[in-house]
Design a protein around this ligand. Structure first.
Ligand SMILES: Cc1cc2nc3c(=O)[nH]c(=O)nc-3n(C[C@H](O)[C@H](O)[C@H](O)COP(=O)(O)OP(=O)(O)OC[C@H]3O[C@@H](n4cnc5c(N)ncnc54)[C@H](O)[C@@H]3O)c2cc1C
Length: 486
């Protein structure tokens, strides 16, 4: 049999024609099904799905819904957030230490909504009314047929009002900028401060909480302080500066593979971070920290990275709330007794069947839960079976500053440059938007080949330290009087 070129072309055209026809039939069927669904929805109105929060969980839910029902007229999807951007928390410590500019971590929520054909509303949700399937917001009430709640978490001060008042949290872009300004301002004021005790206190920086955020922040603060700031302040000696990391449990990175904890401790100590394990903070004031072990540390800068609790909005839902305020949801991520209300991310407590404990409040857990909640929201309307949430961690990664990081990937430990490259790759893969990725890469290049940002600016920069300095002076005077009396 001889096959001629014209036969090949004809066959190709036939196959292409058949494929096009098949595609058109599928499109027709899909549209038909959509119309059916639309008519089946109450009074012909679309199913109203509302996502609260465009953090990791809410964004993952939006992306999944976009894949499944983006532009489908049978669904009306609304994203709500009090900010009009998605914030990439994992690099917040680099904003606080002059490594990355804040704008690079924020991605516009409206772009996310537009990409999928959804709507976006910038509003603060004050309460969920599960009885009436309604949200009370500062922009008025909003009704829903299905709710995916992803409001995240807030800093957990464990009921210590003094810590809440005087310690700096690291939970927003503003927090990151405030911390960067504080550290730089402390150097400026110490440089002109004649009183040695006050100078030393201004140059003492305390981080409370030796989890991943505390470790990454301490390592990066060490880079900012000892590598970037000190050479620019010839009047300040390295011996005058202290960077302290306090952890209540036995060592840093509690709950992680102990090998990573050991690597992190070694790195931090090499980077002049004083580790204080088995130490609890009992009091925080403008002039310092007191520990439960009777140690007093005069300082103007205490950063609180000791844990998180569910966002206050979670409290408006009924059911079990753990000590950290997280709502216990079932295996479909639905709040028991509240049909069609799913909670994902840091605000949800989903029990890991392997450990019988809630999954940790991390970005990968929030992302995986957001995807499952979105699939279950659609299943609720299409009558398909819902998915059961299961999560398997691929491992842990922690940056240790100065071109180093430690990683535990499926039980294999990496550190040094290999870990650092992995950590940086994971940041870039998870950052949203080309512009943000490029900005971060350029900022990293500047830090590596040129220098960090070592100027403080913003509305409070340079003026924020007055109460701390007054309190330090007063405390020094009191101590001097006590010494004289003794
Ligand atoms: C400094 C820092 C570093 C971190 N580093 C890592 C890391 O390296 N790796 C990792 O896995 N995890 C990390 N995490 C944890 C991770 O960021 C969280 O687990 C994750 O963001 C949880 O996702 P979420 O969707 O539940 O909440 P979030 O991402 O916090 O999003 C919640 C959203 O809800 C909005 N919102 C809250 N309340 C309301 C309301 N009442 N009305 C309207 N909108 C509201 C918020 O504005 C926000 O946009 C870090 C966290 C912090 C703070």
């Amino acid at each position: 049999v001889r096959i001629q070129a014209s036969d090949v072309v004809t066959s190709a055209l036939l196959v292409a024609g058949a494929a096009t026809l098949y595609g058109e039939v599928r499109k027709f069927e899909d549209n038909h099904r959509r119309k059916e669904r639309l008519t089946r929805a109450d009074g012909g109105t679309p199913h109203r799905i509302v996502i609260v929060g465009v953090g990791f969980g809410g964004l993952a839910a939006a992306n999944e819904l976009g894949k499944r029902v983006g532009d489908d007229p049978a669904y009306d999807v609304l994203l709500i957030d009090r900010h009009n951007y998605h914030l990439f928390y994992p690099l917040l410590y680099q904003v606080a230490t002059g490594g990355v500019e804040p704008g690079a971590l924020a991605f516009p929520a409206r772009t996310i909504a537009r990409t999928h054909g959804f709507r976006f509303l910038e509003a603060t949700v004050e309460r969920v009314d599960p009885e009436r399937n309604r949200l009370e917001t500062d922009a008025g009430p909003i009704e829903f047929d299905c709710l995916i709640l992803a409001p995240g978490s807030v800093t957990n001060f464990f009921g210590m009002a003094d810590a809440q008042q005087h310690a700096l949290p690291l939970k927003s872009l503003e927090d990151g900028m405030q911390l960067r300004n504080r550290v730089i301002d402390c150097f400026e004021v110490a440089d002109r401060e004649p009183e040695p005790a006050c100078r030393r206190a201004l140059l003492t920086f305390v981080v409370v909480g030796g989890g991943a955020t505390g470790v990454e922040l301490s390592a990066s603060l060490s880079d900012l302080i000892f590598t970037a700031l000190l050479p620019n302040y010839p009047g300040i000696r390295a011996s005058e500066v202290r960077l302290i990391l306090i952890e209540a449990r036995g060592g840093v990175l509690p709950g992680w593979n102990p090998q990573l904890g050991a690597i992190a401790s070694e790195h931090l100590q090499r980077q002049q971070v004083e580790l204080m394990p088995n130490t609890t903070v009992s009091h925080v004031s403008e002039s310092g920290v007191e520990t439960g072990q009777g140690i007093s540390i005069p300082t103007a800068t205490v950063v609180w990275t000791a844990g998180v609790r569910a966002a206050p909005l979670a409290a408006s839902l009924p059911g079990d709330h753990g000590r950290d305020g997280r709502i216990q949801v079932d295996e479909h991520l639905e709040v028991p007794g509240c049909s069609g209300i799913y909670v994902v991310g840091d605000a949800a407590a989903v029990i890991d069947p392997n450990t019988q404990r809630p999954y940790p409040p991390t970005a990968p857990v929030a992302i995986a839960a957001g995807q499952v909640a979105a699939a279950n929201a659609i299943a609720q309307f299409s009558g398909q079976p819902r998915q059961v949430f299961q999560f398997r961690s691929k491992g842990d990664l922690v940056s240790l500053g100065r071109g180093s990081a430690a990683a535990d990937i499926f039980g294999f430990i990496f550190d040094g440059m290999a870990g650092w490259l992995m950590r940086r790759a994971v940041y870039l893969v998870n950052l949203v938007g080309f512009r943000n990725r490029l900005s971060v890469v350029l900022d990293w290049a500047f830090v590596t080949f040129h220098q960090r940002v070592i100027a403080s600016f913003g509305p409070e920069a340079g003026r924020a330290l007055a109460p701390e300095i007054a309190a330090l002076r007063e405390s020094n005077q009191r101590q001097a009087e006590q010494r004289r009396a003794a």
